[in-house]
Design a protein around this ligand. Structure first.
Ligand code: BG6
Length: 477
């Protein structure tokens, strides 16, 4: 069967910045199935050629030195455009007619909703009504971008509405963190090396830290961000995905449902927080200057930083806290997972605490790699020890740049592999963890909102909070 990707919201930023560059680079590397058609739809009027010209300019900009005229021309010959409103039945019927004409036979289709999330439900209904979701004419997959709802209730409604038109195995919910090479490498590291797994549990691990720090501030996204806040924007999806991949059991096979079954079990094991525990188990902050951002109310209480302590109550992780933190306006951009091993049972060389024990730092971005920090003897100094790294860097080991997450995810959606996409139960369980925290943060029981200066590691109180737990953050830029 031939392949067609239909992008709704084709004139938007995501299409030009991420989707088309990723598809072009896949085509240049000859990974895209031969002849794959790309059909864009949005309300802006373009002819096929005018849209190709627009995309050529943006792709040149976003792929930079990787852009080549010849491979672009070959790729662009399969790009088409259909102007229309995806919530209007007649416009979708027009699209259907165009698709059938182009495909001239059975084809696999991916519908990519790169539109405002408020249009999702209306759009999906119309895809159903117009017959575009009819699976008898070939597989019809749908790709959705986050946010998947605004809270548990809206997420459930969205899932029900989507599943009324598309069966769950045809729904691909993108979390671009799962498309990052280093997140996939975390599974490879854990399950393709037998030396880590025996030590990957409560007997050897003191705690786990997951940090997603961003140097950028909210900037022009204030209107969206102030409604979302860091828990909806980063924790419900990206940070919980990192936690799941860190804590999951090995699936029997690398198969979409088997992988996702194991991830779901992690979320099911997360201890629910009672509202009176939330003040101790969470910390909230806002960077100084956030209230002056465009679209942000001057008295906004929205968090731009959060830290949570979560417990995974199962056999492997009982008693091991998972510390998660993320914020904007931080010291640098870094995503890392730290596995802090326990202190050896008996100290021969004067190490006092877990800080002097072995630590595995998995750098997800931007300095992609892995560091095992171990104790070594300092030469010529008696038996003094020091923490030293065993260092692996992707850029030293492998040639070429890391591909953008969208390349892997788009290719998987085209090939029908949903392993790296969120399933409906996963999304709902994640909301079930985050929602009660947001509700308490919006109530009179809310813990203090700590202000912090940009350029550091969030509020100072976050260090005090860790110290109260007898621990400290490991800040590595
Ligand atoms: C997005 C959030 O999902 O992820 C943004 O909406 C955030 O606020 C971004 O900046 C971070 O992604 P990355 O890949 O740059 O770490």
């Amino acid at each position: 069967m031939s392949h067609t990707i239909v992008i709704f919201g084709a004139s938007g930023d995501l299409t030009s910045r991420k989707l088309i560059p990723a598809l072009y680079l896949l085509s240049k590397k000859k990974r895209l199935p031969e002849g794959t058609r790309i059909v864009g739809m949005s309300r802006t009027e373009f002819s096929h050629d005018a849209w190709r010209d627009e995309l050529k300019k943006s792709t040149q900009k976003f792929t930079d030195s990787k852009f080549e005229e010849e491979s672009w021309n070959k790729f662009a010959a399969n790009i088409y455009y259909h102007p229309g409103d995806l919530t209007q039945l007649e416009d979708l019927q027009g699209l259907k007619w165009l698709l059938e004409k182009l495909e001239a036979g059975p084809a696999e289709r991916v519908y990519y909703l790169s539109t405002a999330p408020r249009l999702y439900i209306a759009a999906i209904d119309k895809l159903g009504e117009s017959g575009l979701a009819n699976q008898e004419e070939g597989p019809r997959r749908i790709v959705l971008e986050k946010p998947f709802g605004y809270d548990l209730g809206t997420a459930k409604k969205l899932n029900t509405d989507v599943n009324r038109v598309f069966p769950e195995e045809m729904v691909y919910r993108i979390d671009h963190y799962l498309g990052k090479e280093t997140v996939q490498n975390l599974m490879v590291m854990r399950f393709a090396n037998s030396i880590f797994e025996p030590l990957w549990n409560r007997n050897y691990i003191d705690h786990v830290q997951i940090t997603v720090a961003e140097e950028v501030v909210v900037g022009r996204r204030g209107g969206y961000y102030d409604q979302a806040g860091v828990l909806r924007d980063m924790f419900q999806n990206h940070l919980l995905q990192l936690l799941m991949v860190t804590a999951m059991e090995a699936p029997v096979r690398f198969d979409a449902d088997m992988v996702r079954d194991e991830k779901v079990k992690v979320l099911q094991a997360i201890r629910p927080m009672a509202s009176e525990e939330i003040a101790n188990e969470t910390l909230r902050g806002q960077y100084a200057g956030y209230r002056q951002e465009e679209g942000v109310p001057r008295d906004s209480q929205t968090e731009t930083f959060a830290a949570l302590r979560l417990w995974v109550d199962n056999w492997r992780w009982n008693g091991v806290p998972f510390y998660l933190r993320s914020g904007k306006g931080m010291s640098c951009r870094t995503t890392q997972i730290v596995i802090q091993y326990r202190h050896p049972p008996h100290s021969l060389f004067g190490q006092k605490s877990y800080v002097d024990a072995c630590r595995l730092v998995m750098q997800i971005q931007p300095a992609e790699g892995l560091q095992l920090q171990i104790q070594t003897k300092v030469p010529d100094s008696g038996m003094m020890t020091r923490t030293s790294p065993l260092d692996f860097r992707f850029c030293k080991e492998f040639q070429g740049e890391m591909p953008d997450a969208y390349q892997r995810l788009l290719l998987d959606a085209i090939q029908g592999d949903a392993s790296l996409f969120a399933r409906s139960d996963e999304v709902e369980l994640a909301w079930g963890i985050i929602d009660p925290i947001i509700q308490t943060w919006r109530s009179e029981k809310a813990p203090t909102l700590h202000l912090y200066e940009t350029g550091y590691w969030g509020p100072n109180e976050s260090n005090d909070w860790m110290a109260e737990h007898g621990r400290q953050w490991f800040d590595v830029c």
